[in-house]
Design a protein around this ligand. Structure first.
Ligand SMILES: Nc1ncnc2c1ncn2[C@@H]1O[C@H](COP(=O)(O)OP(=O)(O)O)[C@@H](O)[C@H]1O
Ligand SMILES: [Mg+2]
Length: 220
């Protein structure tokens, strides 16, 4: 599903990733961890195709991201959901509109958009908040809207960057349970976190980054 071969990424003279090789199989749930500045966000962006590697190759479902044209990349990206660290919700749009937007850009029919948006909002326990605006929500609720928006297209892969970074421990548990249930439905998950608590007793694969390199791979 995700194949990364000897990937490196530099920003000017600043080396963010060095010789990264990684395979994530369909349906897997992988954590990427490591201290701030280790290269977690850069790695996620490379998988999402919003950054290009300086060297190496990245294949998503056998499609080489470094070779395809912009239009094809856009199509491929619709199969990948991304939950941003700072949510990136549109504050002038309601919860419903924020989530529906991800389907509108695919040109889906409006009856289907309404149905799927309501489904996603229900799945995330947000049905009562659909007319609220992001700034009227708690951090945990905003995070759930961001997740609803990321899963509305039934993505093959869901990527989340420090999804519980700003949430308190109870909400963090809740969000992690949500991710597990999304994974159980067959979606491949790649989640970056620097939080150690998130990784305790998960029984999941953890890739540890430090200074742009994979320094360890463990199952906690
Ligand atoms: N757009 C960018 N321009 C310049 N340097 C960047 C950029 N993005 C990331 N970096 C650098 O790459 C390194 C890895 O950053 P990042 O991937 O954000 O790490 P993490 O998410 O693990 O905190 C850092 O040294 C950071 O300063
Ligand atoms: Mg980061």
């Amino acid at each position: 599903m995700i194949q990364i071969f000897s990937v490196s990424k530099s920003f000017g003279g600043n080396i963010a990733l060095k010789d990264i090789s990684l395979r994530v199989r369909q349906g897997e749930f992988v954590f990427i961890t490591g201290p701030s500045g280790a290269g977690k966000t850069t790695l996620l962006r490379l998988i999402f195709g919003t950054e290009k590697p300086t060297g190496g190759q990245i294949l998503i479902n056998k499609i080489n991201l470094t070779r395809i044209k912009r239009l094809k990349l856009d199509m491929l990206r619709r199969k990948i959901g991304f939950v941003f660290q700072d949510f990136k919700l549109i504050n002038t749009r309601t919860v419903f509109q924020n989530v529906a937007l991800a389907l509108e850009i695919t040109g889906e029919r409006s009856t289907i958009i309404r149905k799927k948006t309501h489904q996603a909002l229900r799945a995330l326990g947000l049905e009562k908040k659909e007319n609220a605006y992001p700034l009227q929500l708690s951090g945990g609720e905003q995070q759930r809207v961001a997740i609803a928006r990321a899963i509305i297209n039934d993505p093959l892969i869901l990527i989340a960057d420090e999804p519980t970074g700003n949430l308190d421990p109870d909400i963090t548990k809740e969000i992690m349970l949500l991710f597990r249930s999304i994974n159980l439905r067959g979606t491949t998950l790649v989640i970056a976190t620097h939080s150690r608590e998130l990784l305790e007793d998960t029984g999941q694969r953890i890739v540890v980054l430090n200074q742009g390199r994979i320094v360890d791979e463990i199952v906690a």
